[in-house]
Design a binder for this molecule. Sequence first.
Ligand SMILES: Cc1cc2nc3c(=O)[nH]c(=O)nc-3n(C[C@H](O)[C@H](O)[C@H](O)COP(=O)(O)OP(=O)(O)OC[C@H]3O[C@@H](n4cnc5c(N)ncnc54)[C@H](O)[C@@H]3O)c2cc1C
Length: 384
Amino acid sequence: MAQLKQETYNKTVVLVGAGMTNLQVITQAKKFHALQTQLVLLDVNSFWFFSGMAAEVLSGYYGLKDFHLDLRLLAKQYGIEFVQDEVTALLPQQKKVMTASGRMLEFDLVSFACGTISAMPEGDVPAEGSFPVKPLKNVLQIRNEIETCMELFPKKILELLVLGAGPAGVEYAINIADLLEERRPAPGWKITLLEAQSKVLPGFPKKAVIIAEKMLKASAVTIRTKSEIQHVQSNRIVLDYGETLEFDLAVVAMGNRVIDLFMQAGLETNENGALVVEPSLRAQNYAEIFAGGDCAQLKGASFSQSTQNVRQQGPVLVKNLLATLQSKPLQEVSGSKCPVQFVSLGKANALVIKGNTVLEGKWVRTLKQCWDRRILKRYRTYLT
Ligand SMILES: Cc1cc2nc3c(=O)[nH]c(=O)nc-3n(C[C@H](O)[C@H](O)[C@H](O)COP(=O)(O)OP(=O)(O)OC[C@H]3O[C@@H](n4cnc5c(N)ncnc54)[C@H](O)[C@@H]3O)c2cc1C
């Protein structure tokens, strides 16, 4: 833990979750220290993993070292306190957060960047053989399980299911196919991508849907649309019309939700559980509570989970936390109404989507990889 000169601090800003908005606060720690304010980072993991790279960890393109940040090192570098613990409750009136290990942390200001968790039909404990996309570190376990199965059962046809064909499901299905294709010639495996709606990438432009379906088929991924999953049980799923499908491994990519933190604290949330915040990223009626990234919903804006939007919020969050400490006026997030979104389509292709514009190709994949590496490099540079 960092050597804190606690005697010089008379205020505490607690950062819940090392999401991107809070990472930007950490890199500005000096400005907080100058105001006699200490920063305390609380995260359930000692590493932060970058979602943009997760799918290509499956194909083997990225290794562990490429897609994570060591939070302990980051905290040490900036002279802030790091506490590895899960925040389980917020007490807004008392200005405290409670953790799974029973700690109670007092704050003058608190900033939430705790992202989302996977939405699962059977509650929060995954059934045997199934792995939710979130937490992102699961990607390492998914890869490990697949490799172990290949080694232990060389003659078995591996049955893999990807549940949900949003961008995460599509990315995971194609990248797992790439891994298997390289390691185990067909027909040693079968991947089925299931989706409740009538097409993959629901809500995306038609061109993106057509390209994704073409790439999935080329990767030998079977697509089953209009297949609503009712139950995910131990090594089998049950569809709405009663059909069951057995699996050796299933990836649950059926959407994300925010932990029940804000609703339980009596704060206003959207249907996903995200805290409704003003354009300043401050909670309504609570001047001490801020939130950014996927766990926050900007009042009056459409809900959008994208790295690009999150990165735009970071600098405003830093300014507004500092402004609140000095009783100065707050700034507002301008917000990108239409963020750029990349979707990895394996070794041969990727999509970039902005509004109705869709581009594809190997060059898009290269662009995505440069973009993702640049994001992590930015934080790594601070670590050296
Ligand atoms: C598989 C996948 C691929 C994606 N690909 C892209 C992409 O290519 N481009 C794009 O723009 N967006 C992509 N997204 C969306 C993108 O991940 C998010 O919009 C962005 O990462 C939001 O980050 P965040 O800062 O809100 O939180 P995160 O980066 O998710 O960080 C949340 C942090 O909070 C911690 N935490 C969680 N709960 C608690 C708790 N109770 N107590 C303490 N700590 C906690 C976590 O350990 C984590 O460190 C993808 C998402 C997924 C799931």
